[in-house]
Design a protein around this ligand. Structure first.
Ligand SMILES: [Zn+2]
Length: 471
């Protein structure tokens, strides 16, 4: 039996507001435990929350960025449940009327539906030690948006692509820093499988609180095979919530899946209804930056790069800014993106670095590429220089001086070396005369070797041809 995987996501993104959703406490990460909380975010009796307008603005940014309809009227609900790090024993969230609905996210040629985006407050954090359970409420009341997708994803790879794209959009929108390791982006996965004719299907299982894209991918793959195995045995999965065990690389049952009625949602009586003016939405829309998809389309038209190059150059805001900054001076987009991909990007990946961590200045990178474009050094030499720049942060001209690398731009010098090489390879001259044009490549290589890569191969090629023709 052939099965199709059905995946839907619930993504929690912490908004980058300076203060919490219902009080003026700071949202800064990593501060001393319980130093950023007050009676309101602790939900002590007699306190009243008041909604932070920035939260509405950021959620609407997300809504527009993900092609949603923005509700002009919405309200907050109470979602009742007891959890040690949720001091009030209820979470203020949105149930009936979320702020944003019916959007989509485009990945490759597929459109993944966004069911809703609603705003809510985060809970605190429980730290388990051998002796005790410790509670830190600094995160309690930090604003979140929950983005719920339609179950339109059909593989672990597609899910990863969707999450990457979503993360990129949130970063471009500047509303969430998406640091999964700090918990500012978390993901729940709803998964089941069904036969192609939809007559047989497994029950939906929820995997909670995945905190890396890798874990999401692995957990989906694990569940796919677990569901298949059970159906093959004429059993089925239980509607339950599971968690990913990173050490054992398996999912583990946590609890029976709660239904909406288990939470006893009801409208939050302490907060006013939310009315959003059309002009407020328009103002936000106008202030939005270029989003990844728009940027990709512009790059295709403006720089005429191959698809693979486009994808990497627009992979992150930082990467695309870097590329555009370099291309402003070095007006050869293909050459620039080629160099970035094969040299810079490769080093970043090898060294697990981000573009912001580069030691050298962007002007020095421009200088290096200009040396290549103007024919002062070969591509190979540039690669070598790059690697030194990457490690030391020094500029290419200083490195060349220090290493005693001569810029072989002087034709006379190159002619001299070409003549030497021809002397040493008399057979090649004969071969060329006999019509074996391939020897040119070999001779260029020999000259490049002799000049330690500092001559421009194009110039070398021309000079060799010139001399051979005259012979
Ligand atoms: Zn507070």
């Amino acid at each position: 039996m052939e099965y199709i995987t059905v995946v839907g996501l619930e993504i929690h993104a912490e908004l980058k507001t300076k203060s919490k959703i219902f009080c003026s406490c700071s949202t800064g990460f990593g501060e001393e435990e319980n130093s950023q909380c007050c009676p309101i975010c602790l939900g002590l009796p007699g306190t009243l929350p008041s909604l932070n307008k920035k939260v509405i603005e950021y959620a609407i940014r997300a809504g527009i960025g993900l092609n949603c309809e923005i509700a002009r009227k919405s309200f907050m609900d109470r979602k009742n449940y007891f959890y040690p790090d949720l001091n009030k024993a209820y979470q203020i969230s949105q149930y009936d009327k979320p702020l944003c609905e019916n959007g989509h996210i485009q990945i490759n040629d597929k459109r993944i539906g966004i069911k809703r985006i609603h705003i809510e407050e985060d809970a605190g954090k429980t730290i388990y030690t051998n002796e005790a359970r410790l509670l830190n409420y600094n995160r309690s009341g930090v604003p979140l948006i929950e983005i719920v997708t339609e179950p339109d994803l059909s593989s672990s790879i597609e899910t990863s692509e969707c999450l990457e794209e979503l993360k990129e959009i949130l970063i471009y929108l500047d509303i969430c820093d998406c640091k999964m390791e700090e918990g500012s982006l978390r993901c729940d996965v709803n998964i089941n499988i069904e036969s192609k004719d939809k007559t047989i299907r497994s029950n939906i299982v929820e995997i909670k609180n995945l905190n890396s894209f890798k874990a999401v991918k692995k957990a989906i793959e694990y569940e796919e095979s677990r569901h298949r195995f059970l159906l093959r045995e004429n059993k089925n999965t239980i509607r339950e919530t599971r968690r990913w065990d990173e050490n054992k690389k398996i999912t583990v049952a946590m609890r029976k899946k709660e239904e909406a009625q288990d939470y006893r949602y009801f409208p939050e009586p302490d907060l006013l209804k939310i009315f959003v003016e059309e002009s407020f939405i328009e103002e936000i829309r106008k202030g939005l930056p270029e989003l990844p998809n728009e940027k990709r389309n512009r790059f295709i038209l403006q720089y005429e790069l191959p698809e693979y190059h486009i994808n990497i150059m627009t992979k992150s805001k930082e990467m695309s800014n870097y590329f555009e900054e370099v291309v402003r001076t070095v007006k050869n987009p293909k050459m620039v993106s080629n160099f970035i991909i094969s040299v810079l990007y490769k080093r970043l990946k090898d060294d697990r670095m981000d573009i912001e961590d580069l030691k050298y200045k962007i002007d020095d990178f421009v200088k290096l590429l200009e040396l290549v474009v103007n024919g002062y050094i070969s591509n190979n030499m540039a690669k070598k220089l790059y690697n030194i720049m990457h490690e030391t942060g020094e500029n290419p001209e200083i490195i060349m001086k220090e290493k005693g690398i001569i810029q072989l731009s002087n034709e006379k010098d190159i002619v001299k070396i070409v003549k030497e090489v021809l002397e040493e390879n008399l057979k090649s001259i004969k071969d060329y005369k006999n019509g074996k044009k391939k020897v040119i490549g070999f001779l260029v290589g020999a000259v490049m070797k002799k000049t330690k890569g500092s001559a421009n191969p194009q110039t070398v090629n021309e000079i060799i041809l010139d001399i051979l023709r005259k012979k």
